[in-house]
Write a protein that binds this ligand. Structure first.
Ligand SMILES: [Zn+2]
Length: 236
């Protein structure tokens, strides 16, 4: 089984999604600018606001839920191929999923790097000195720093998307959970799985453009629906 997880799996952890009815960008469309790579590299004010957004992010206080833990059960039963996740909150790993099974398609908030020389450092350290240094630069070369979260206009992390395509094409069941399936190329993994013969199940509160490919669509809250679904699939 391969899982494609979106922001909806973490809303139960107190992390608002971006595009849902109560999403960060639904309520404040301008907030999406803070993740535009082309603006970030030229605009110090955008960078300051982006770093403040990361500092104030609920990700740092969030805990995994029963939905994340049900995917750990799936792995321990030997039934999980991979979790392809659009989330950068690290909650799958904190719930107990093996890091090697988690493909972070949109990167991670945990680490940061210099856009010039590639030097890496933990994001938490940069955030801790943000009051003194609101537009932080690289200690080695003076280049711009950014988190490892993939911004609009940036390529996905090398190799990760290829691994996700393999995981989608090579599974018997492909479960989409908490994704609106509106962001490409990630959403197209659903088509890859369906065309390779996988059964597709979609667990999402709102309709998605890929519902027609699914043999089953669940609209119930993810924290209830996903553990039930995992139990059911493991019993088959
Ligand atoms: Zn540097």
């Amino acid at each position: 089984m391969t899982i494609l997880a979106g922001a909806g799996i973490s809303t139960g952890s107190g992390i608002p999604d971006f595009r849902g009815p109560d999403g960060v960008w639904t309520r404040d469309p301008e907030a999406a600018q803070l993740l535009e790579h082309s603006l970030y590299v030229v605009d110090a004010d955008i960078r300051r606001r982006t770093w403040e957004m990361w500092r104030d992010s609920p990700v740092w206080r969030a805990e995994p839920t029963a939905a994340h833990r049900s995917l750990v059960d799936l792995e321990r039963a030997g039934a999980l191929r991979a979790i392809c996740t659009q989330n950068f909150d690290g909650l799958h790993q904190r719930a107990g999923s093996a890091p090697g099974r988690v493909l972070e398609l949109h990167g991670s908030l945990t680490g940061s790097r210099c856009l010039s020389c590639g030097r890496t450092e933990p994001t938490a350290g940069i955030l801790a000195r943000l009051d003194a240094d609101p537009d932080p630069h690289c200690a080695s070369c003076g280049g711009l720093l950014a988190t490892d979260v993939v911004m609009f206009g940036e390529a996905l992390p090398g190799g990760v998307f290829d691994a996700a395509i393999d995981a989608a094409a090579g599974c018997d069941v492909f479960v989409v959970v908490g994704s609106t399936l509106t962001v490409q190329p990630v959403a197209s993994l659903t088509t890859v799985a369906a065309e390779a013969g996988a059964r597709v199940v979609i667990v999402n509160a709102e309709p998605t453009p890929y519902d027609h490919l699914a043999e089953r669509v669940e609209r119930r809250p993810i924290q209830d629906a996903l553990p039930d679904l995992v139990r059911e699939l493991l019993a088959e």
